[in-house]
Design a protein around this ligand. Sequence first.
Ligand code: GDP
Ligand code: GDP
Length: 454
Amino acid sequence: MVPVIALVGRPNVGKSTLFNRLTKTRDAIVAEYAGLTRDRQYGEAKWQGRTYIVIDTGGISGDEEGIDAKMAEQSLQAIEEADAVLFMVDSRAGMTAADQLIAEHLRKRNKRSFLVANKVDTVDPDIARAEFSPLGLGDALPIAAAHGRGINAMLEDALSIFPRDDEGEEGEGETEIVAEGEEPKRVPGPSEKDGIKIAIIGRPNVGKSTLVNRMLGEERVIVYDQAGTTRDSIYIPFERDEEKYTLIDTAGVRRRGKIFEAVEKFSVVKTLQAIQDANVVIFVMDAREGVVEHDLNLLGFVLETGRALVIALNKWDGMEPGQRDYVKTELQRRLMFADFADIHFISALHGTGVGHLYKSVQAAFQSAVTRWPTSRLTRILEDAVQEHQPPLVNGRRIKLRYAHLGGANPPLIVIHGNQVEAVPKAYTRYLENTYRRVLKLVGTPIRIEYKGGE
Ligand code: GDP
Ligand code: GDP
């Protein structure tokens, strides 16, 4: 499971500044769902081979009233959801009563916490360290979030306790060279023994638990004894047509005799972790509401992670023909950025179209994990270049020499050549489209990376 780090502290200590720096330009998931306030932001961040989720919180000021109280409550909830807390204080402002209040709370909750003194560009870092030692959380890690100072050392401390992703390790060395004309050999992905991991994702009330029930109700569920916690999703292995799957249920479905019922409320952390951990995401939307901002927000996160994707437009039952046409036009317009994904129109309630999802899940998974041999990828590159040359840069032509597979789920195609830093975005898109078409990839994004100097 991807670790979750919460940024906690008084308002104005620099949490959002640090959040933006850690998550770079990646889109934040803004939790505006019913029951959550606007003040929590979630983002994916990567540091030295580790992926983690960052939660930004509104802040705890100590004398909460009205909207502030809500904000503080959200911060406390974020602490509960997190594996570790970066407790930020403001070196310029010095220690305050609110800092002491938060420190006490963290000590009481026994949360793994790191004291971070921000804005050390304005004071001597040694003074900042001494200033906050009465908080009893050890030496403060001095940073200047606005200037990127001290961030590496801070992450070193905060993230070293979590395992590295194994993602980055597969790839290069494992790619097999297959003779011309031979079929590419498919090596099982890391989790394929347990079947394809499917996460059912979507906003509250789009029909996730109904879909989970429908899928599990029709199939052989192998074990079902995990007691889910508020924090963790439930993993449910099952079989269908002799294929193995594991369903990652974020809706918190529980078995009651023969019936599954949902008991948990929507949780952003669970959702983001499930996406990270899945091979294929079934993204559920409510056809009656069309495509709304939160769908796009969540879907953007799925695309960031590179997971294979199948889209399910649920509640298709009983919709007027005119309404259906409208939704279809909307989809085309607003989901262009995910146009590689199959779209299904289903009714989880009646079961219509649910069985067809599996074909798309299988196809997306195969596309995402097939190990294409270097010879094949290089041949496609050569043909593409022949068809359409990369541009001249300073009078010299960009040379793209060969390509190999650097990773799976999503497929990462590493292209070696000269002056690769000058390859225009449009040309990369052209190569992407060519690979997609020739390899007949469906349901998965592709990543292209360049390596120069050869
Ligand atoms: P939040 O309320 O905790 O999310 O705080 P913000 O990230 O909004 O920052 C509050 C103010 O502190 C803003 O004016 C930031 O520009 C400023 N700030 C953040 N980080 C630093 C820093 O490292 N040094 C200085 N001098 N100012 C900073
Ligand atoms: P979740 O919050 O995403 O897990 O959504 P639920 O599965 O709890 O469904 C929310 C509501 O939508 C419930 O009242 C369901 O009965 C209803 N619902 C779910 N799927 C369908 C469907 O395919 N058609 C119709 N008409 N209603 C549905």
